[in-house]
Write a protein that binds this ligand. Sequence first.
Ligand SMILES: [Zn+2]
Ligand SMILES: [Zn+2]
Length: 318
Amino acid sequence: MHHVDIPPGELNEFDLPPICIVTGERQGVVFKPVNFTWYPRWIGFLALLNLLIAIIVASAMTKRVTGTLPFTEEAWSRWKRGQVIMVVSVVVAIALLILAFSLLASDAPEWLGVVALASSVAVPVLAWVYFLRGRGPQVRRIDKDNLSLAIPNGPAAYAIAGHFLAGLKSPALDDGESLDANGAPARALCARHDDIVATQVCTRCGAFMCPRCENRIRREALPLCPGCWELRGRTIAVQAKDPGITLVNSGLFVGVISVIPMCYAAHAVSLVLNTVSLVRNRHPDSPRIDRKKAIAGLALTGIGLLLTLGMRLYSGGW
Ligand SMILES: [Zn+2]
Ligand SMILES: [Zn+2]
């Protein structure tokens, strides 16, 4: 696997070169939707202490990136197939595990249980090795200004890394030559300004453009023409709508659980999460729905606490 770092908001067909990340092919490449989630690995240790709290912290800290990545149709369907096989193998493994424990607890020969136990481990490992490994991208880390991925194809990783810096090359030397059709002294003109000589070609549609028409996401990025830039803005606005798992949503989720009386861990976590999200969303311009969710979470916990109190009083448990 090869590492690529993708700047935020550039996981899309406008900012990535069309090269299949699995095979490195440049022909027949289609941008396919992808969705990466990541949370800090120390949360795993928290699970040893308290599983519920670990799940809640993980859901609050999970970072999520959606976008599109270039694949050939074949590589894409192979990766998707691998994911389906992996899910099926995990289900089979769980069934084998249950079978193994019931065999070990029964009068059946012990080796039967051991075989079932061993195959519950072997099935998902083999499925991963033969059907998923090296077939698609893997997230390594997500933070505020970077999405770090591992992709199967080396040349594709190289092309993507180069693409992000390609705008640093002096355009005058590069494109001045290529725009000079048939060596004629007349240079190509900007597609929008027919009195200005073009200095760049749009990386997406190939339109000629003058310096005034260049649009770049970063200074080092390749320029897009005004048409492609506008389309990019619209496309990404649609992609960015997915809010994913947020602090507010996990607060509400735990709030619902905390209605159950005597569930002290849920009460405590709900109070903390919902108070934090209420404080974070206290500004008048933050979404009202988020404030309402936090208040609803706290109210549900209040009900849970009252029920706890009632049960305690009723059973004389003080
Ligand atoms: Zn364009
Ligand atoms: Zn122009």
